[in-house]
Design a protein around this ligand. Sequence first.
Ligand code: KG4
Length: 365
Amino acid sequence: MEKRTIILGIESSCDDTSAAVIVDGLLCSNVIASQKVHEEYGGVVPELASRAHQLNIVPVVDAALKRAGVAKEELSAIAFTRGPGLLGSLLVGTSFAKGLALSLGIPLVDVNHLQGHVMAHFVKPDERLAVSGLAGNSCPQLPFLCLLVSGGNSQIIKVTGDGLQGTGKHMPRFEIIGQTIDDAAGEAFDKCAKVLGLPYPGGPWVDKLAQQGDPTKYPLAKPNIAGYDYSFSGLKTSFLYTLRDMLREHGVETIDELAERVPNLREDLCASLQTTVIDILMRKLKKAAKDLGISHVAVAGGVSANSGLRQAMVEYGKRYRWQVYIPPFSFTTDNAAMIAQAGYMKYLDGEFCKLEEVPFAKTGV
Ligand code: KG4
C-alpha cells in the first residue's frame, strides 16, 4: 500500500489553540480551543494567552490526531504558524511543533498566518467532518484578489501562480497590494463595540445588533487614502466623538443612560459602523479588481464572518461580474485547518523549515 501524506497543522498565533490533520489532501480533523479567559479584560492579554496555549496544546493535538484516526508515528510533516502574531503565543506552537518533529524525525513546515487565512479557500474537508457552508464553494481560480480582514490585519492580496491549476508549485505566490496604515477592520469593530459596553470580541455583536439598526442614522468619517491602502483610526475617533457629543447633548455620563433616552441607540450605531467599514473595504477592493483586471475575488479572515460583508461580496460580484469566493464560517476565524492546508502545499513543494527558525510577530505575507 502506498504511504499516505499526513500533515499535522498547529495554530497558536493569538488566542485560539488549534490542531488539524490533513490526509492525502483531505481535512480529517480541525480542533479549536478558544480562550475564554480574555473576556473579562475586553481584549486579548498576551501573557494569559501564552499560558492558556501551554495548557491546551497537548490535549488539542491529541484530539486532532484521534479524530482523524491517525497515530503520530504516521505523520509525514508538522506545519505550524510562525507569524505574525503574539510572540509568546507563537512560541508555544512553534516549540511544540519542533519538539514533536524532532522526536519523530520528520520535516517541519513553517506557515505565514496570513497566507494561511488565504489558503483556507483550498481546504477540502472529508465529508465525515460535515463542515457547513461548503455547498457551491470551489477553490479560487488564479490569479485572484483576496480581501484579508481580521483583528490584526486588513489587506488586499494578489494571489498568483500556476501550480494549483496546472504544473509547477502547489503553493501560490502572495503579493500585498494594499494594507491598513493604522488599525485593522476587526480592531475597529472590537474597539467601537467596547465603547458601547459590548463583550469581547465585539465584531460578532456589532454584526448581530446591526441587523436591527438603521445604517444611515449616524454618518461616520471615511478615510481618504491613496492607492489600495486602508485606514480605520479616523473612523474609530469619529465613532467616539459621535457618542461623546450625544452624551453632552443629553446631559448624561454613561452609554446605558444614553440608551435609555435614545431609542435603538446601540443597534443604529452598530449598523452605521458596519456599513461604513464595509464601504471602506469594498471601495478599495473594487478599485484593485478594476485596475488589475482581476475578476476572481475572495474574502478571508475573522471579519469575513460578518453577514454584511458577505452580502456585499455577493452584491459586488453580481454588479461587477466577479466570481466571488466566501469561506465557510468555521474557516473564517483562526483555525489550524488553513495552516495544515498551507503546510500540505509547501510539503508537496519540498519547502521545509530549519529547526533554528524562530517565530516573528510583525505583519507580512
Ligand atoms: O482572524 P481572526 O480570528 O483573528 C486574527 O487573526 O485577528 O479575527 C478576529 C476578528 C475580531 O476582530 C472579531 O471581532 C472579528 O474577527 N469578527 C467579526 C465577526 N466575527 C469575528 N467582525 C465582524 N463581524 C463578525 N461577524
